[in-house]
Design a protein around this ligand. Sequence first.
Ligand code: FAD
Ligand code: FES
Length: 250
Amino acid sequence: MSRLIEKPIPVSDGHYMLKVEIGSPLPLPGQFVSIRVSEGSEPLLRRPFSIFNHEGGVASLIVKVVGTGTELLSRRGPGAIDLIGPLGSGFTIARDKKIFIAGGGVGNAPLYFLARALSESHCDVTYLYGARSEKYIYLENQFRRNAGHFILATDDGSSGTKGSVADIAAQILPGGQYDMIYTCGPAAMMEKITSLAGETPVEVSVENYFGCSIGLCSGCTIETSGGMKRACVDGPVFKGGDIRWKSMPD
Ligand SMILES: Cc1cc2nc3c(=O)[nH]c(=O)nc-3n(C[C@H](O)[C@H](O)[C@H](O)COP(=O)(O)OP(=O)(O)OC[C@H]3O[C@@H](n4cnc5c(N)ncnc54)[C@H](O)[C@@H]3O)c2cc1C
Ligand code: FES
């Protein structure tokens, strides 16, 4: 059994950081954990969360409260927690490359651990961090530390540049000066970034609905150029160009 080492820490409006002790194997950036959020029987299904960071055997997660499960999690006290993981595939960790990372809202969560690994492997990282509004920005300074160039954007202009991640990426990407692009956020945003990338490889992390998180229920199946794939075991990281975006839920 894993252990929540302290009470969830508020990091922005409706967003909490959870620190959990997890055993081996060591997680890779892009992998996730699946948590039984309640000590009772409701909700029955586990909930998936990306690994935000991992240091000294402790994984941190960012949880945005959207419904019953995340609300229950945000109010958990320290102690035993029923968690499985790390699960799924991780991002490719490039070396000595010029990188563009774009995250939208809670989609920034898996990209912190990624940006950290890329900067440790001597990549030059440009990070575009998008949020709907200033009050939803979490841990900005931590994100800044892993990026040679950091761009903050909010939809309403309350902090950083006014505009959506997709619109700002549209001003930056056509130059084509990056070796690799990574993104996580709403499907429409990831589709747009994939289309703007041209020949540059793109890796996306999809966050569609998961049932079991371990490949048994097919609830997370998405359409790709290689056929139907279960996002929990074949992903959640995919090549952006392989996804049939029209079939993805919003
Ligand atoms: C691989 C993966 C990684 C994820 N990483 C994170 C993360 O790091 N941090 C985080 O806060 N969330 C993350 N999510 C989303 C998170 O799992 C859901 O928000 C959570 O399961 C909702 O549970 P709930 O009981 O609070 O909401 P529910 O009561 O089940 O639903 C409440 C509302 O949220 C919507 N919703 C529920 N799940 C999703 C989803 N997967 N995508 C879009 N809308 C949804 C429902 O349609 C409903 O409107 C991730 C999802 C996946 C698949
Ligand atoms: S969530 Fe059950 S197979 Fe992926």
